[in-house]
Ligand binder design. Structure first.
Ligand SMILES: [Zn+2]
Length: 383
């Protein structure tokens, strides 16, 4: 994939740097939550929210918004180093510092505006159903995930990038013909100004219902041949045909139920044991918003634990079938292989990462596996 050894070394350095930063970020985030909880900072913030916030607004929303803003500010240096400094050092960023900060600010705004009212709603459910809240909330997560998946492409993503119909209409006709031949009605295909932020290339399938769409980065369109774009499109079409977003949402369901149930079982005894030193209200249990960092610790702990399994499921039952679909639909193994190699070079990807890294971070088969699969496919089918 890398004909040039210096370029290969650079890709390996970039990959390892980003992975170490991701691990450091996890440790740091855990430490921040642990400290907020055990130093009584969380309890003090909750009491301040109670004093300051108008009673009609309640305590949860202002507490949650303040907590999110504080923790984002604490991790800002790390986010800046990983998202701006490292990206520039490896020549992958197209963004000015100002534009990076504007995006960071927007991200925080979106998280607070969406997250704080959602948490307020969750606490209302907890207060209303003190024993069965975990089941009620789990039931509500499904419609909310579907709603969010539906709205994100039209409400959230356009805050960061511009989406427009493919400029190359020949290309659009090509994939529509391809899909029509299979009896598939393709969702809209859009291009996005990914080059506003990065030199990396990407394509993805997003949205559910009337907002589902295939999105191609302009960076990819600039560098890929029409045949290469076609196999990438066919991979994304595979996600549409296989209804993969629904698969991912249903994969999320048992995890959500397990998570809420664990919180219901674990938080009250922990508060009973340590709550007093941390300034938590034992009699309120999970209903005390100051216990949110504890819930957060249990939540991140559990999701990190299941992440390798989730990644493996997605690699095997979502991403690999989309590759197979792309090859079966187009029969273009050569362009598939060159597209993968180009994607790897543009994104400074490690084609063959150590197994531990694959387990922890990759929800796609490694580039080497994808290329090897295409070679086997070509050998078997004689294409
Ligand atoms: Zn995919």
């Amino acid at each position: 994939m890398y004909s040039d050894e210096t370029e290969r070394q650079k890709a390996l350095r970039y990959s390892r740097t980003k992975e170490w930063l991701a691990v450091a970020d996890m440790i740091f985030g855990t430490a921040v939550m642990l400290l907020a909880l055990t130093t009584g900072l969380s309890a003090r913030l909750r009491s301040a929210a109670e004093r300051i916030a108008p009673p009609r607004l309640g305590t949860v929303m202002p507490f949650a918004a303040a907590g999110m803003i504080l923790s984002s500010l604490i991790s800002l240096p790390m986010s800046f180093y990983s998202g701006y400094v490292v990206e520039h050092r490896f020549g992958l960023s197209n963004q000015s510092m100002r534009s990076w900060f504007v995006d960071w600010f927007k991200g925080l705004g979106v998280a607070s505006v969406l997250g704080a009212p959602l948490l307020q709603g969750a606490f209302w459910v907890i207060g209303r159903y003190p024993r069965r809240w975990w089941a009620v909330l789990s039931g509500l997560v499904l419609p909310f995930s579907v709603l969010l998946a539906n709205l994100a492409p039209v409400l959230l993503m356009p805050l960061f990038n511009t989406f427009e119909p493919l400029k190359d209409q020949g290309l659009e006709k090509r994939i529509k013909d391809l899909a029509a031949g299979e009896g598939v009605n393709i969702s809209s295909v859009l291009q996005m100004d990914m080059s506003r932020q990065t030199k990396k290339a990407n394509a993805f399938f997003t949205g559910v219902g009337n907002t589902k769409r295939i999105v191609l980065g302009d960076t990819l369109l600039d560098e890929f041949t029409p045949d290469e774009v076609e196999v990438v499109l066919a991979h994304e079409l595979g996600h549409q045909v296989h209804r993969d977003l629904w698969k991912l949402i249903s994969l999320q369901m048992p995890l959500t139920i397990g998570l809420f149930y664990a919180m219901q079982r674990l938080v009250p005894p922990i508060i009973g044991r340590f709550g007093e030193c941390w300034g938590l209200r034992a009699e309120e249990g999970v209903r005390d918003p100051a216990a949110l960092p504890l819930a957060g610790l249990i939540g991140t702990g559990m999701s990190r634990t299941v992440a390798p399994a989730v990644n493996a499921i997605v690699r095997r039952w979502v991403e690999h079938p989309a590759d197979r679909y792309a090859l079966e639909l187009t029969g273009k193994t050569g362009p598939f292989i060159s597209a993968m190699e180009k994607l790897g070079r543009m994104n400074l990807a490690d084609p063959n990462p150590p197994r531990l890294i694959k387990w922890l971070f990759h929800n796609h088969p490694t580039l080497q596996e994808r290329v090897e699969y295409a070679r086997r496919f070509a050998a078997q089918r004689g294409v």
